[in-house]
Design a protein around this ligand. Structure first.
Ligand SMILES: C[S@@+](CC[C@H](N)C(=O)[O-])C[C@H]1O[C@@H](n2cnc3c(N)ncnc32)[C@H](O)[C@@H]1O
Length: 252
């Protein structure tokens, strides 16, 4: 079994859920200090809900749901659009799920611990198949084999089902890279230290975003995995050009 070196300066991709355990009780505070975080999640959740058929009782997975910020965005957008759904939040971090469990949720929302790479088993065990939608907010960057994950999400979706990935991407955009680096050095890492006395995950955050695929590569990966109607849009605010919504649909 892989062990986590808690003294390392930065986490590695494979151990990200364990690294989130260390900061789980401070995560909501960190994102509350990030202007636009919740509004941007709702913006991406809206793109997912727009692909669901109202009245049919859709099954939606929030993959990498963490402490429930993205789940809340999904719930709000489903309610706003009047779409009937069941939502399953899945995350590899028990600490982040414990935070989600402290919140109040409608009866049609539940949570399971599991790795994104094992989503098929998690959904089978939970009797949650086939899927009408998958929302993956700040998850794809952390998964070692992105192509394999996208292929598995394509296969888990019913024909016509929608995937929305909400993710950072700055590669090939010098201004976005410079803004991201300045914000991490000047705000994110110091705030991480102040709120949790830890910086390992926040160093990883900077590095992993710098190493993330360019927008065009994410789109190509989605097309190669079998998705159609692949499109992207960036969010507003200082994260414009840094955080993006990627939409794809499994062909009907
Ligand atoms: C930045 S948080 C985002 C949480 C939530 N989606 C939000 O928008 O606030 C990323 C989450 O993905 C989870 N995660 C990262 N890699 C994962 C993997 N391979 N399988 C399952 N969860 C993973 C982490 O545990 C963490 O809770």
């Amino acid at each position: 079994m892989a062990t986590t070196d808690r003294t390392a300066v930065s986490a590695t991709r494979g151990e990200v859920p364990e690294a989130f355990d260390e900061v789980a009780d401070r995560y909501d505070l960190m994102v509350a200090l990030n202007p636009g975080y919740h509004a941007h999640l709702r913006h991406s959740a809206r793109a997912l809900v727009a692909g669901l058929v109202p009245g049919l009782g859709s099954r939606v997975v929030d993959l990498g749901c963490g402490s429930g910020a993205s789940t809340r965005a999904l719930v709000d957008e489903l309610n706003r659009a009047g779409v009937r759904a069941e939502v399953l939040g899945v995350d590899g971090s028990s600490g982040m799920l414990a935070q989600a469990a402290t919140k109040s949720w409608p009866s049609w929302v539940r949570f399971e611990q599991g790795r994104a790479e094992a989503l098929e088993e998690v959904c089978a065990d939970a009797g949650f198949q086939p899927l009408d939608g998958v929302f993956a907010a700040y998850l794809l960057r952390n998964v070692p084999d992105r192509d394999a994950l996208l292929r598995s999400l394509h296969d888990l979706l019913r024909p016509g089902g929608t995937l929305v990935v909400h993710e950072y991407s700055v590669a090939g955009r010098p201004v976005a890279e410079a803004v991201w680096t300045a914000v991490c050095r000047g705000v994110v890492v110091p705030l991480g230290w102040l709120t949790s006395r830890r910086t390992r995950l926040y160093h990883y955050l900077w590095r992993s975003v710098m190493d993330m695929d360019p927008v065009e590569t994410v789109m190509r990966r989605m097309v190669d995995a079998g998705f159609e109607d692949v499109r992207t849009r960036s969010v507003r605010g200082w994260q414009n050009g840094i955080v993006h919504t990627f939409h794809g649909r499994r062909p009907a």
